[in-house]
Write a protein of this length. Structure first.
Ligand SMILES: *Cc1c(COP(=O)(O)O)cnc(C)c1O
Length: 419
């Protein structure tokens, strides 16, 4: 699999894409909600997408456009749309492509918000769903045969840490001409699904992309539509054929703008996009460091944690995903590890004894974070859903940051004394 990330290449690309070489070096914030048109003819051209100028901030602004260009480039896509949050990006894509009567296939473990979007909200609007385990290719193929409209999965299960056969799933979706969207939040730069044949990649830029926890945001990135014989011309997607024929290779972007952004308004704001770019400048450096830290900390904890408390990460030989990790995620699978304390009571004691690690619901921060799962994000979920998502009573999710890995490992090891 073509998955080796040249961190030096991306360091160079990102600092120069974010910064300009003439005039203001930092990105410019354009906060205006509205934009004056030169004349009536220009207004007509802008609305027809024939003149490339800002129309109104709900459908885009110049600061977002700069961020979109940078993310599209490093993901290997044609273009992108910046959104108000990661959930904004996912709901934009879902509402742009799905309608009442359609079915969506969800593979593997999911972030809580995505799970309830599909299972409750989209269901309320008449979109049915089917979920399956990450390696259940029989279920996947049956759903594709039945004509599911969209397939979604996460590059790494959060918090289950299951690793999918990304290339295998993409290839199967392509053979059935079905749109496939991958949530790449945990693995920017480490995995580039558009270069592997995926249609859409989404990120919560709140997480690893920013790193600083100073901006909520999301982004969806799209491949170019093929001028002839694209899967979007399949009969399944008849309701967007008009846009595909008019917009050609940019059709994915037009579909999301016209069928979701314009009508739901999950648009990014200029200041948020500026802050996201400040994070992006150092993304490659941080991804390399965090993923090294994850392996070091996992190894120390695996060796030193006593009976009754254990660490799980695919880089450990004891993990069921170890082989796939080595083959497909050789430079890391993102900031998450999990710690199993056995019971909720022990998990609470352990968390309360941490001195440096921060208790919060975020991931991908520059600081190491931890959270008990069943009492927080998954408190609304029943036993069956928790089991499917790999969440159990003693489970703590940890997101590793940029600190000295030995210092962080020591914080976890001293907290064991409280048990
Ligand atoms: C956080 C997260 C989201 C949602 O992103 P927000 O920016 O919080 O809306 C979606 N997917 C994954 C994998 C996440 O971790």
């Amino acid at each position: 699999m073509n998955n080796t990330t040249d961190f030096n290449y991306f360091n160079t690309q990102l600092v120069h894409e974010v910064g300009s070489s003439v005039g203001p070096i930092a990105p410019t914030i354009t906060p205006s909600a509205a934009y004056g048109y030169v004349d009536a003819e220009e207004a007509e051209g802008i609305f027809a997408a024939e003149v490339n100028k800002p129309l109104y901030a709900r459908v885009g602004n110049p600061t977002n456009a700069k961020l979109e260009g940078i993310v599209a480039k490093f993901e290997g896509g044609l273009g992108a749309i910046a959104t108000s949050s990661g959930m904004g990006a996912i709901s934009m894509v879902c509402t742009a492509f799905l309608k009442s009567g359609d079915e969506i296939l969800c593979i593997g473990g999911f972030f809580g918000g995505t799970y309830s979007l599909v299972n409750e909200t989209l269901a309320r609007f008449g979109v049915s769903n089917t979920f399956c385990e990450v390696d259940d290719f029989e279920h996947i193929e049956n759903a594709l045969k039945r004509g599911v409209k969209m397939v979604i999965f996460e590059s790494v299960g959060n918090p289950s840490l299951t690793l999918p056969d990304v290339q295998g799933i993409i290839d199967l979706c392509n053979s059935y001409e079905t749109v496939v969207m991958i949530d790449n939040t945990a693995t920017p730069l480490l995995l580039r699904p558009l270069t592997m044949g995926a249609d859409i990649v989404v990120h919560s830029s709140t997480k690893n992309m920013s790193g600083h926890s100073a901006a909520l945001g999301g982004v969806a990135v799209f491949r170019a539509v093929k001028e002839d014989g694209d899967k979007l011309l399949n009969e399944k997607y008849a309701d967007v054929h008009k846009i595909v024929k008019k917009m050609g290779k940019k059709a994915f972007i037009a579909i999301c703008k016209k069928r979701a952004i314009r009508d739901f308004g999950m648009t990014a704001n200029a200041f948020g996009s500026f802050m996201t770019m400040i994070g992006l400048e150092t993304l490659s450096l941080r991804v390399e460091r965090v993923n090294q830290n994850v392996e070091v900390i996992s190894e120390i904890l695996d060796e030193k944690l006593p009976e009754g408390i254990s660490v799980n990460h695919p880089s450990l030989a004891s993990s069921p995903d170890y082989t796939r990790y080595k083959a497909d995620f050789a430079q890391g699978c993102g900031p998450l590890i999990s710690i199993d304390c056995g019971t909720k009571e022990r998990a609470f004691k352990f968390l309360n004894a941490l001195e440096l690690v921060i208790l919060t619901a975020n991931i991908g921060d520059n600081r190491t974070l931890a959270l008990h799962m069943t009492s927080t994000i998954y408190s609304d979920f029943n036993e069956e859903a928790r089991k499917f998502l790999g969440v159990h009573e003693g489970l703590i999710r940890v997101s590793i940051g940029l600190e000295d890995p030995k210092t962080i490992a020591e914080d976890f090891l001293q907290a064991v004394n409280a048990l």
